[in-house]
Write a protein of this length. Structure first.
Length: 340
């Protein structure tokens, strides 16, 4: 995984979003982190209604502390990212590196100046010495030696990346687009239980929201008499809320609008009005995605399909031979590929 340099656009206020995962509660909190960065820059730089954002996430990975930092401009575009690690027993060292990294995003020149320190209290003036001889002025006391200013901890950035600061790929928690190939099983959409296939894509609009789109196909399924078959093909588009998203697991709750055609194949009768029939439906669904290895993942879930148009198919002399139910069920299992 390549770490992009964090870009700096201007000195306008920004909004800080900082999350501590389970096990990292001892790391710096958001309010304390805002105060540390503002103190280092010498001014208040954060505002809850600022258009630009800096997002951060810290977690414990084995014996390593891992922090991810992401910068976005006012339009929501990612301007850079930074991954930091530390193997100390506590978060102290990582907190200092995160503070400096965020300060560099906001104002690189001010962040590279030494951190402001509280001046020492004035030393008491010595009392004059009274002697018979004319008093001679005492030499002024030597001022206390100023502590040497330590250089800021090094940051890993291009063109000198730190080899040990790159977390393994599975440590990433930012959302990525995925492309799935799925196998379907539908009940009540066609006669009996109908198998099918689908191709789906999920594109993240933010950390907790995805845009989902795709298409599916159910081949012809015959009625009990075997004289007529029905198939369905459609495309879909919708949005998903993602209440749970970790490095390897994501749970999505989605709502889709589906549009396509239901078609009939007549094997024994003479069709009077051949051709496809328009089909439309609304579909709420739930899905669980689990990372397998590298960019590969497995997705499983179920959906309810509510047809908006229920076409009746009638055979003269026999009446209605097929019409969809008002609610149908679909289950699916797919193999996904993450796209950086």
């Amino acid at each position: 995984m390549t770490t992009e340099p964090l870009a700096h656009a201007d000195t306008a206020p920004v909004r800080l979003e900082w999350i501590r995962a389970r096990g990292a509660e001892g790391c710096v909190a958001r309010k304390d982190l805002e105060e540390r960065v503002s103190r280092r820059l010498g001014r208040t730089v954060f505002s809850d209604d600022a258009p630009g954002t800096i997002e951060g996430f810290v977690q414990r990975e084995g014996d390593m502390w891992v922090a991810h930092i992401l910068a976005r401009d006012a339009s929501g575009h990612v301007t850079g990212s930074r991954d930091l690690t530390n193997t100390a027993p506590d978060c102290t060292g990582l907190d200092a590196a995160v503070t400096l990294a965020i300060a560099l995003v906001i104002d690189p020149e001010a962040a590279m100046r030494p951190s402001p320190t509280t001046p020492p209290p004035p030393r008491p003036q010595p009392l004059p010495v009274v002697a018979p001889a004319p008093p001679s002025p005492l030499p002024p006391p030597f001022p206390p030696a100023a502590p040497p200013s330590l250089p800021p901890p090094p940051l890993c950035s291009e063109p000198r990346p730190c080899p040990s600061s790159e977390p393994p790929p599975e440590a990433r928690t930012w959302p990525r687009a995925t492309l799935d190939a799925r196998a379907l099983v539908a009940a009540s959409l066609l006669p009996g239980v109908a198998p099918g296939v689908a191709l789906d894509a999920d594109v993240p609009l933010g950390r907790w929201v995805d845009l989902t789109t795709g298409a599916f196909f159910l081949p012809e399924e015959r009625t009990q008499s075997g004289q007529i078959g029905f198939g369905l093909s459609a495309a879909r588009m919708g949005a998903c809320g993602v209440p749970l998203r970790t490095a390897r697991v994501a749970l999505s709750l989605c709502g889709d609008a589906e549009l396509g055609a239901i078609h009939a194949v007549v094997y024994a009768f003479l069709p009077t009005n051949p051709g496809d029939r328009v089909w439309a439906a609304l579909s709420p669904s739930g899905q669980l995605r689990v990372g397998v290895v590298g960019p590969l993942s497995v997705a499983a879930g179920a959906a309810l399909v509510v047809p908006l148009v229920r076409q009746p198919f009638v055979v003269q002399g026999y009446g209605t031979v097929f019409q969809e139910f008002s609610v149908a069920e679909v289950g699916f299992l797919g193999l996904g590929l993450s796209i950086p």
